[in-house]
Design a binder for this molecule. Structure first.
Ligand SMILES: *[C@@H]1O[C@H](CO)[C@@H](O)[C@H](O)[C@H]1NC(C)=O
Ligand SMILES: *[C@@H]1O[C@H](CO)[C@@H](O)[C@H](O)[C@H]1NC(C)=O
Ligand SMILES: *[C@@H]1O[C@H](CO)[C@@H](O)[C@H](O)[C@H]1NC(C)=O
Ligand SMILES: *[C@@H]1O[C@H](CO)[C@@H](O)[C@H](O)[C@H]1NC(C)=O
Ligand SMILES: *[C@@H]1O[C@H](CO)[C@@H](O)[C@H](O)[C@H]1NC(C)=O
Ligand SMILES: *[C@@H]1O[C@H](CO)[C@@H](O)[C@H](O)[C@H]1NC(C)=O
Length: 410
């Protein structure tokens, strides 16, 4: 009797371990590639893209491409594996890992003041194939976001940089963008650029460069719609809130200001989701909070490493003869600031890119991040080694006007 019980207990333990193992395999999303090999997808701004001509959102930017690259975390290398002609140029991408689908804001040829959003299936070899395309509310769809936990199959969000609008879309069980469930309206003069969501998925924040404000919303998870709450100002007039990152503790909100060339620190009120500026601003260039030549730089991206310990920001140089910067700070476990780590020049100016994405995994890639450059067209793989950011590898992708944002597929 005793031995039977022990045998059953042992069997249950084996089953339980098997389940844990299967789940961790699923969490890492990939059963077909050696551990430590990840794939990322990068977009472009269009083969004929010209930042000046596209300012008002009316340029036909030409052909769009999506590039699949393999990150070998052990060899510390980056390799281009596929270049796919896309339905449109995609300045920004997000990923639906449950359905294995990627979404892109589409700079398709402008049509009556509208452009598009597209979805792509991620194939077994990590190339992508077009699923569907829908019409966007405006003429320069820029950032997008996907929340897997919202709605029945996840919910897709898009924002426009020229037309003062945004939108919320349900996706179907295959991940295709299916129907618009909410239209978001903003005042004239708005230029919307970024999303941030609290870890408990109660609040969403949208950054509005043009109106120098951060809009907060309550997120209704059962269907993914949002309700406007309050607006918050960055540290200065004309700072231009661009993107934000929220710590895994849910306690701190870090905002990068495109014109203000600074990161503003806020605490988040857990009751109403209100932001409180802490009076702490961090310079993103080596030239202090108010460089004399501030107009030659523009702040760009802000991300937090997957372990929550490092905050990174990137900045572009408008002058192609000068580099942009990656700056970093260490964070305590509550998300508060510890130290300034470095402000390191990027390989080139960055163009309209210098966009960062951190590894979302906790394996050998955990301290890695990607930088994409549209000035001289490359993707760079970096790793934080101790207190130092090391450039591990770089892939030049010339001829098609690479590279916009990147997403980690697996
Ligand atoms: C981009 O467009 C502007 C305005 O038309 C023009 O002055 C500039 O030369 C163009 N840049 C390139 C690289 O073609
Ligand atoms: C989504 O849920 C909210 C909150 O319950 C509700 O007010 C709204 O009507 C719903 N919208 C849709 C499109 O289902
Ligand atoms: C925004 O500007 C447009 C075009 O000038 C005008 O028709 C519209 O009434 C304005 N909307 C608001 C909310 O001011
Ligand atoms: C920030 O500075 C203002 C003005 O000096 C002060 O009233 C406020 O209490 C400060 N806030 C924090 C969080 O220190
Ligand atoms: C801006 O000014 C700093 C400090 O004088 C200088 O080192 C830097 O090269 C300048 N940047 C550009 C783009 O001219
Ligand atoms: C990528 O381009 C840079 C700048 O032109 C060059 O220095 C480097 O050798 C190139 N790398 C490869 C692998 O071709």
């Amino acid at each position: 009797m005793v031995s039977v019980t022990r045998a059953r207990k042992h069997l249950l333990q084996v089953l339980w371990l098997g389940l844990v193992f299967a789940q961790s395999g699923r969490a890492h999303g990939d059963h077909h590639h050696p551990a430590g090999t990840h794939h990322v997808l990068v977009g472009n701004f269009g083969s004929a893209y010209n930042v000046t001509k596209m300012l008002d959102g009316t340029q036909d930017v030409g052909e769009g491409y999506l590039y699949t690259l393999a990150v070998d975390a052990h060899a510390k290398s980056l390799t281009l594996t596929h270049t796919t002609r896309a339905a449109a140029a995609h300045p920004w991408l997000s990923v639906n890992r449950k359905a294995n689908v990627v979404y892109g804001s589409g700079w398709s040829p402008p049509n009556n003041g509208h452009r598009t959003f597209s979805s792509y299936k991620i194939e077994r070899d990590f190339s992508v194939s077009h699923l569907n395309t829908v019409t966007s509310c405006g003429t320069k769809p820029i950032a997008n976001d996907f929340i897997a936990e919202a709605g029945e199959h996840g919910v897709f969000y898009g924002l426009d940089f020229v037309t003062p609008c945004g939108e919320v879309w349900a996706v179907d069980k295959h991940g295709a963008i299916s129907n618009k469930i909410q239209a978001l309206e903003f005042a004239n003069g708005s230029t919307l650029h970024g999303f941030a969501t609290t870890p408990d998925l109660k609040y969403m924040y949208l950054t509005n460069l043009g109106l120098n404000t951060v809009h907060s919303y309550a997120l209704h998870l059962p269907n993914g719609t949002v309700t406007a709450l309050a607006d918050f100002a960055p540290s200065q007039l004309g700072a231009g809130p661009r993107h934000a990152a929220i710590t895994s503790s849910g306690a701190y909100f870090y905002l990068i200001d495109e014109e203000g060339l600074r990161v503003d620190q806020f605490t988040i009120d857990p009751e109403e989701g209100a932001l409180h500026f802490t009076n702490t601003s961090l310079a993103v260039t080596p030239f202090g909070l108010t460089p004399a030549n501030a107009s030659l730089y523009w702040g760009d991206e802000i991300v937090i490493s997957n372990d929550g310990k490092t905050l990174y920001a990137s900045t572009r140089s408008r002058d192609i003869n000068f580099p942009g910067y990656i700056s970093a700070w260490s964070l305590a476990s509550d998300g508060s600031l510890e130290d300034t780590l470095f402000i390191l020049p990027t390989p080139e100016a960055g163009g309209t890119s210098n966009i960062l994405s951190v590894s979302p995994w906790d394996d050998a890639s955990k301290n890695m991040l990607l930088l994409t450059d549209q000035d001289t067209d490359f993707v760079a793989l970096y790793e934080l080694q101790g207190l130092e950011l090391v450039l591990l590898d770089r892939v030049n992708i010339t001829g098609t006007n690479c590279c916009s944002g990147s997403v980690w597929l697996n």
